[in-house]
Design a protein around this ligand. Structure first.
Ligand code: PXP
Length: 246
C-alpha cells in the first residue's frame, strides 16, 4: 500500500495570514523525499486553501503522481484539462462544510458524471470517484466509466467504540474487494491517522491511502519530513501483518 500526502492544510496555514508561507509546493517536495508515492490537493470552488498557482506549480514539480481532488463542475473540468494531473478525484463539495463530508452519490447523477469522466479521459486523466464503502455506489462508479474509487474512511475514523470500528473496517474490506473484482483500482482516505492506519493496511485490495490533516498536524511538532516518514513506516509495518479476511 502506498501513501499519498494531501498538502491542503499547508495552504490553510498560509491563508491564515494571506502571505506566501508555508508553501504547499515545498511541502510536496519534502513529502516525496520522505517516501510519499503521490501528492494530493483539493482545489475548492472558494479557493480556501489551495489555489490555481499551487496546482500549476505542483504539476510542474511533482515527480511521483499528482491527484487533483475537485468537484465535478465545468470550471474544475476546464482547469484539470489544462493542468493535466495524473489523477482527478471527484468529490462532493458544499461551501459551508469544513472538509469533505461524505462520498459522492454516483447513482443520482449518472448521466452528468459519465460526461465529466469522458471529458477527463479525453485528456488522458485517470478518474477516481470518492464514494462511501457501499456496493451500489461502486457499481455506479464502474457504470459511469471511473478507473478508480476512493473509499471514504470517515465513519471508520470517527468510530467511538472498537466494535463500531471493527464493523466499519469490515464494510471497507467488502467494498474494496468488490471494487477489485469489478476491475477498479482502490484507494481510501479521510480521517486516517497514525493511530488508525494499521488495520487499513491489512485490506490488501486498497493500494493507496490519501492522508492530510494528521500528517500536517504532526509536522508542527516533528517537522514535515519526519511526519511523512513516520506514516510511511507505519504503513510498511501494517502491510507485514496478515491480511484481513471477510
Ligand atoms: N480524501 C478525500 C477525498 C478528501 O476530501 C480528504 C480531505 O481533503 C482526504 C482524503 C484527506 O483527509 P484527511 O485530511 O482527514 O487526512
Amino acid at each position: 500500500m502506498e501513501l499519498s500526502v494531501n498538502v491542503d492544510h499547508v495552504a490553510t496555514v498560509r491563508e491564515a495570514r494571506g502571505g506566501t508561507q508555508p508553501d504547499p509546493v515545498y511541502a510536496a517536495l519534502v513529502a516525496e523525499l520522505a517516501g510519499a508515492s503521490g501528492i494530493v490537493c483539493h482545489l475548492r470552488e472558494d479557493r480556501r486553501h489551495i489555489n490555481e498557482r499551487d496546482v500549476r506549480l505542483l504539476r510542474e514539480v511533482v515527480k511521483t503522481r499528482l491527484n487533483l481532488e475537485m468537484a465535478a463542475t465545468e470550471e474544475m473540468v476546464r482547469i484539470a484539462r489544462e493542468v493535466l494531473p495524473d489523477i482527478v478525484t471527484l468529490v462532493p463539495e458544499r461551501r459551508q462544510e469544513r472538509t469533505t463530508e461524505g462520498g459522492l452519490n454516483v447513482g443520482q447523477q449518472r448521466h452528468y458524471l459519465r460526461t465529466v469522466v469522458d471529458m477527463l479521459h479525453e485528456s488522458d486523466i485517470e478518474v477516481s470517484l470518492f464514494v462511501e464503502p457501499v456496493l451500489e455506489q461502486i457499481e455506479a462508479a464502474l457504470e459511469v466509466g471511473a478507473d478508480r474509487v476512493e473509499l471514504h474512511t470517515g465513519h471508520y475514523a470517527n468510530a467511538t467504540t472498537s466494535e463500531v470500528a471493527r464493523q466499519e473496517l469490515q464494510r471497507l474490506l467488502n467494498a474494496a474487494e468488490f471494487a477489485r473484482t469489478l476491475g477498479l483500482r482502490v484507494a481510501a482516505g479521510h480521517g486516517l491517522t497514525y493511530e488508525n492506519i494499521v488495520p487499513i493496511c491489512r485490506i490488501r485490495a486498497i493500494e493507496d491511502v490519501s492522508i492530510g490533516h494528521a500528517i500536517v498536524a504532526r509536522a508542527i511538532y516533528v517537522g514535515f519530513e519526519r511526519a511523512v516518514r513516520q506514516m510511511v513506516e507505519l504503513i510498511r509495518y501494517g502491510c507485514l501483518l496478515p491480511p484481513l479476511e471477510g
